[in-house]
Design a protein around this ligand. Structure first.
Ligand code: KG4
Ligand code: ZN
Length: 333
């Protein structure tokens, strides 16, 4: 029996990624070439540099994804590529490469919203997403809650007014001289400390919106005023404040409507602390929690392929004319 296969291509920020995913969500390969070293050296992503690296990496990454899946271009049903939001030059590289392959291989192509990709990553985990689902999307660029009626059909319930949770992690890591990205290193140090500093929990008891810039400022003021600060204590107190807010918002959203499951996606969903807190929430409330495997929480091609399937089924392909759009929003339905 021939399987329907989607090639997913992602290049919206600093990871060049490609993957092959079957129509029922089986990930046959997922290759990610990250620019971590450059980002660490420059303390963040440098857009011009990122697009140059994408240009060098995109063809080998796509080739490796096909090889690792053990398939040839002929076997593909369609190609899905991130068309936004993200860095303009980075998006152009992925979109142009995917269109060139679509033309050369005579395959349909669909442009995918990066955020819909993250939402779809929930379905790549161990537990199937049951709809309607509440999704918390927490990445470097975004922090929002959405109600997912079916794959690809969502309504945004609330988002951040300023920094995203991942951005707060990255900025606090910079303040503490811990390099980039901040999430993994802060999480590791947080485990060795305790939450003793009582940092603010912004908008904890207010609605479904988020705000993390005040928390980042509180950490910055604390370390300036206490040069002998204990690093592990600062990390533990900061991470606890972020987690308390995320969990409180999920609980509020759950109390406001009926949901069959709750999913957490985006780079911060790779956090073992957040995974632990969600497991605890699941035990306490009985709600089913779906999370992508750690590797598919941060940017990858598999989530783009997964999000590409419902779009392809509905449209049959977008043609070669669609543009990359750095400011693409999540469509609200
Ligand atoms: O989804 P992602 O790879 O890229 C965006 O679309 O933004 O998310 C990257 C973000 C970064 O801010 C990074 O600090 C955060 O995810 N992150 C984590 C962890 N791993 C990555 N945050 C907390 N704990 C982690 N283990
Ligand atoms: Zn992302």
């Amino acid at each position: 029996m021939t399987r329907a296969l989607m090639l997913g291509v992602e290049s919206s920020c600093d990871d060049t990624a490609a993957a092959v995913v079957t129509e029922d969500g089986l990930v046959l390969s997922s290759v990610v070439s990250s620019q971590m070293e450059a980002a660490e050296r420059f303390g963040g992503v440098v857009p011009e540099l990122a697009s140059r690296v994408h240009a060098a990496e995109v063809v080998p990454v796509i080739t490796r994804a096909l090889d690792q899946a053990g398939v040839t271009p002929d076997d593909l049903t369609a190609i899905a590529v991130t068309r936004g939001p993200g860095l303009s030059g980075s998006l152009l590289v992925g979109v142009s490469a995917a269109k060139a392959f679509a033309m050369a291989w005579n395959k349909p192509i669909v442009g995918v919203n990066h955020l819909e990709g993250h939402l779809a990553s929930a379905s790549l985990g161990e537990h199937p997403v049951v709809y309607p689902a509440l999704v918390l999307l927490v990445s470097g660029g975004h922090c929002l809650l959405a109600r997912l009626e079916a794959p690809g059909v969502q309504r945004v319930l609330g988002q951040t007014r300023d920094d995203s949770a991942g951005e707060a992690y990255d900025k606090v890591a910079r303040i503490l001289g811990l390099g980039f990205p901040g999430g993994p290193v802060i999480d590791r140090l947080a485990k060795q400390g305790t939450d003793t500093l009582g940092f603010p929990r912004p908008m904890l008891n207010k609605g479904l919106e988020f705000s993390f810039s005040g928390l980042k400022t509180a950490v910055s003021s604390y370390v300036k005023q206490n040069p002998d600060y204990v690093l592990e204590e600062v990390c533990a107190s900061f991470a606890a404040a972020v987690m308390d807010v995320l969990i409180a918002k999920v609980e509020r959203a759950l109390s406001l409507d009926d949901y069959a499951s709750v999913a957490v996606v985006g780079g911060v969903a790779a956090s073992p602390v957040l995974r632990g807190r969600m497991a605890e929430l699941s035990e306490r409330t009985g709600v089913t929690v779906c999370m992508p495997p750690m590797k598919l929480a941060t940017d990858n091609g598999a989530m783009i392929a997964a999000a590409g399937w419902p779009i392809f089924r509905e449209s049959g392909g977008h043609g070669l004319e669609f543009p990359a759009n750095p400011r693409l929003k999540l469509p609200e339905s």
